[in-house]
Design a protein around this ligand. Structure first.
Ligand SMILES: C[S@@+](CC[C@H](N)C(=O)[O-])C[C@H]1O[C@@H](n2cnc3c(N)ncnc32)[C@H](O)[C@@H]1O
Length: 349
């Protein structure tokens, strides 16, 4: 079965805020032509485009960590899965499809909510029941679970930011049939299998995916020696760009709830009200890896974020040997019609 005509070479799980689109530029800043690092560790990996590029093209083992179960399960699907694309044939998909007996579960319980956000999209009851049954069926099949998450995200949200009433190809979500939805899941399953197969098995066997708070991760993890550590945290936005609501709600909360079929209390994320927590976390996330032998730690932010860049710069330079290597307008995009910059700090022992 020809599931995917153009074989993807870079990872896109359509994650909100993904940096994979300029992975090559980031890699120049991060790697600095250093091919001997033991591994690349991303503390807040999100959409994982940069780690994927490194594992695939630089053949360097990567460790991805994120609070979001959706990011984590996609990480397992890509970096820890040894299945081959060829294993995903018609018969396998037919067997899975016939094992799914639609039933009421978490997504079905959300039907009839007042707003699209409360309803988690405008899906029909039959698609909701199918999704709930498939989430159970896929519990022990990570690629399938990741594919289900990617399908919900791609079809039912606007760029992972908010739930919608229509899909990107302008079809009303309520009119999408179970069969159409399943076809998308199959494609996404194949998508992850192809991407995973793109990483050399010898590299992949040393790749790791974790789901933890970065503070817990840096405390417990013990493979920082000679590693390069990266973080692009979930900074709050400056007041002029957004209200205080959290842009990671759909990817870090709603999609995981559907996949896990469980209501979830979300870990509190950084807020503008608590800059001390942000700077304390930052210091800990940098100092622990350095203490445990990391070669360098890279922090990423944008000029749309809070605390403002000059304050982060002042803080990092007062605490560490930090160099702001790039403050480029080259990658500037539009945020609410205002230009913004991408900023990185490279911190060494
Ligand atoms: C800006 S996004 C990272 C995007 C990523 N660089 C990419 O290219 O897709 C920030 C990520 O931090 C995660 N996050 C927020 N708080 C966290 C924490 N305390 N520990 C670990 N991850 C966290 C969010 O779930 C989100 O995926």
């Amino acid at each position: 079965m020809e599931l995917i005509r153009n074989y993807p070479t870079s990872l896109s799980i359509s994650y909100f805020g993904a940096q994979g689109r300029f992975a090559d530029e980031i890699i120049k800043i991060v790697m600095q032509n250093d091919t001997t690092a033991s591994r690349y560790i991303d503390l807040t990996a999100g959409g994982m485009g940069v780690p994927y590029n490194l594992a695939r093209n630089w053949k360097i083992p990567v460790t991805v960590n994120d609070l979001s179960f959706y990011s984590y399960i996609c990480g397992i699907a890509v970096f820890e899965h040894m299945a081959r694309f060829a294993d995903y044939d018609d018969r396998l998909f037919r067997d899975i499809y016939s094992a799914v007996i639609p039933k009421e579960g978490f997504l079905t319980s959300k039907a009839g909510g007042k707003s699209i956000t409360e309803r988690y999209g405008n899906w029909s009851i039959s698609v909701r029941k199918f999704v709930d049954a498939l989430a159970e069926e896929a519990k022990s099949h990570e690629i399938l679970l990741a594919a289900l998450g990617r399908t919900l995200l791609n079809e039912g949200t606007f760029r992972g930011l908010t739930w919608c009433g229509t899909s990107p190809d302008k079809k009303k979500l309520a009119d999408i049939t179970v069969e159409e939805f399943w076809n998308k899941v199959m494609r996404n399953t194949a998508y992850f299998a192809i991407l995973s197969e793109g990483i050399d098995a010898s590299v992949k066997k040393n790749c790791q995916a974790y789901r933890s708070h970065a503070s817990e991760f840096v405390k417990k993890y013990n493979e920082f020696e000679d590693a390069i550590v990266y973080m692009d945290p979930a900074w709050p936005w400056l007041p002029e760009f957004a209200d205080a609501s959290n842009p990671y709600n759909v990817v870090a909360h709603d999609i995981p709830e559907i996949l896990l079929q469980n209501p979830m209390v979300m870990e509190p994320l950084w807020t503008r009200e608590n800059p001390e927590e942000i700077l304390n976390n930052l210091e800990f996330w940098i100092s622990q890896p350095l203490l445990k032998g990391a070669r360098r730690v890279i922090v990423s932010s944008q000029s749309t974020n809070y605390p403002p860049i000059n304050e982060v710069d002042f803080f990092l330079k007062s605490k560490f040997n930090a160099q702001e290597v790039v403050m480029s307008t080259q990658f500037s995009g539009q945020a609410k019609s205002k230009m913004f910059t991408e900023n990185w700090w490279v911190i060494k022992q």
